[in-house]
Design a protein around this ligand. Structure first.
Ligand code: SF4
Ligand code: MG
Length: 321
C-alpha cells in the first residue's frame, strides 16, 4: 500500500484562560499525540463521539488550524512547517468538504462565480477553459448547467452539498477530507450524496478521509476506520475486522449501539456509563477508564500506547499487552 499522507504525533492544545488560583496554565487537549497513515486510493474513516477531536484532526492535516506539535508528511514534505506560499499550492491537492456547505458559500456569488474563483487563482488562465471546466464540474456532481447562474439560497441542502463537492473537485485534488458531509441531510438524500462521493472516488482516483459520528455511514463507505476517544486514537482497523471483531472496549460499546446487521456477532448492547469527560481534564492513564467495564489497576495510571495486533490492526488498551 502506497502511503499518501502520514500524521506523526500530532497535537492540538488550546490554552484555557488561567484562573486566579491556578499555578499553571491549562489546556484543552483536543488532539493528543496521534499518528496514522493514509493509503493512496482508500477511504479512511475517522469516528467517535462529538468532541473527540476528529474534526480538529481533519483540519490540522491541511492546516486550516495550526498544530501544537507533530508532523504531517505529504510527498516527502512536512506540511506543518511548510512556508505559507508553498502550502497554498499544496492545498490544491488536499481539499475539504464540510457538513454545511452553505456557511462556506458566499451568498452574493453565483455558483458559477464560486467555482470560477479557485480556477482563476490557479492554472486556468483562459476564460473558455474555465467555462468548460465549470460546466464539467456541474455535470459530474449532477447539477444542471443553469446552476451556474443561480445563488446558494436557491438550492436545497443536498444540492448545496453537490456544489461543495464540485468546488472541492475543481483543482483536481488527490485527497478529500469530508467532515460529516451527510450529517445535516435527510436520510433519503444521504445515500444519494454517499453514492455520488463513491462514484467520484472511482472516476478521479481519489483518496478520502471521511469524518463521521455515524458508524453506519462509515460502514457503507470506508475501507479502514480510526476510532478516536478524547483526542486520542484507540483503534485502527479494516472495516471488516472492526465490525466483526472490535478490540477496544470503547469500540465494542460504540458498535453495540449501532443497528448494523452482523450475523457473526451475538450482540448485546453495552451501555456506556458516565458522560464523556472534559478534554480539559482528561482522566489519567487510559482516558476511557472511568467508563470501562474491563478496567484493571494499571489503566488508572498508565496511558496505553497504540500497538499493532496480529490481524494487522492497532489498538491502545492494556488488555492486549
Ligand atoms: Fe479499559 Fe484499561 Fe483498555 Fe482502557 S486500557 S480500554 S481502561 S481495559
Ligand atoms: Mg465535528
Amino acid at each position: 500500500n502506497e502511503v499518501l499522507l502520514e500524521a506523526k504525533g500530532i497535537r492540538k492544545y488550546f490554552p484555557i484562560k488561567k484562573g486566579l488560583f491556578q499555578l499553571a496554565p491549562s489546556y484543552v487537549k483536543a488532539v493528543d499525540d496521534i499518528s496514522f497513515q493514509v493509503f493512496k486510493g482508500e477511504a479512511l474513516g475517522i469516528v467517535g463521539e462529538s468532541g473527540c477531536g476528529k474534526s480538529t484532526t481533519g483540519r490540522l492535516l491541511i492546516r486550516l488550524i495550526e498544530a501544537t506539535a507533530g508532523e504531517v508528511l505529504y510527498k516527502g514534505n512536512n506540511l506543518l512547517n511548510f512556508p505559507n506560499e508553498k502550502m497554498r499550492v499544496i492545498r490544491k491537492d488536499l481539499q475539504m468538504i464540510f457538513q454545511d456547505p452553505y456557511s462556506s458559500l458566499n451568498p452574493r456569488m453565483t455558483i458559477g462565480e464560486t467555482l470560477e474563483e479557485p480556477l482563476q487563482n490557479f492554472q486556468f488562465v483562459n476564460k473558455r477553459e474555465r467555462k468548460e471546466k465549470i460546466e464539467e464540474l456541474l455535470k459530474v456532481v449532477g447539477l444542471g448547467q443553469q446552476a451556474a447562474f443561480r445563488y446558494p439560497h436557491e438550492f436545497s441542502g443536498g444540492q448545496r452539498q453537490r456544489i461543495g463537492i464540485a468546488r472541492a473537485l475543481s483543482l483536481d485534488p488527490e485527497l478529500i477530507i469530508a467532515d460529516e458531509p451527510v450529517s445535516a441531510l435527510d436520510v433519503s438524500i444521504q445515500s444519494q450524496i454517499l453514492n455520488l462521493l463513491q462514484d467520484l472516488k472511482e472516476k478521479f482516483s481519489l483518496t478520502y478521509i471521511f469524518i463521521s459520528h455515524d458508524l453506519s455511514v462509515v460502514n457503507h463507505f470506508c475501507d479502514r476506520i480510526i476510532v478516536m476517544y478524547l483526542g486520542r486514537v484507540v483503534e485502527i482497523s479494516t472495516k471488516e475486522n472492526l465490525f466483526r471483531d472490535p478490540l477496544h472496549p470503547y469500540t465494542q460499546a460504540l458498535l453495540s449501539a449501532v443497528p448494523i446487521p452482523n450475523p457473526l456477532a451475538k450482540k448485546e448492547r453495552i451501555i456506556l456509563s458516565g458522560d464523556v469527560p472534559s478534554p480539559s481534564s482528561p482522566p489519567n492513564g487510559c482516558a476511557f477508564h472511568p467508563r470501562c467495564k474491563a478496567c484493571i489497576p494499571r489503566c488508572k495510571t498508565e496511558r496505553p500506547s497504540l500497538k499493532q495486533m496480529p490481524n494487522g490492526g492497532y489498538v491502545a488498551c492494556h488488555l492486549y499487552d
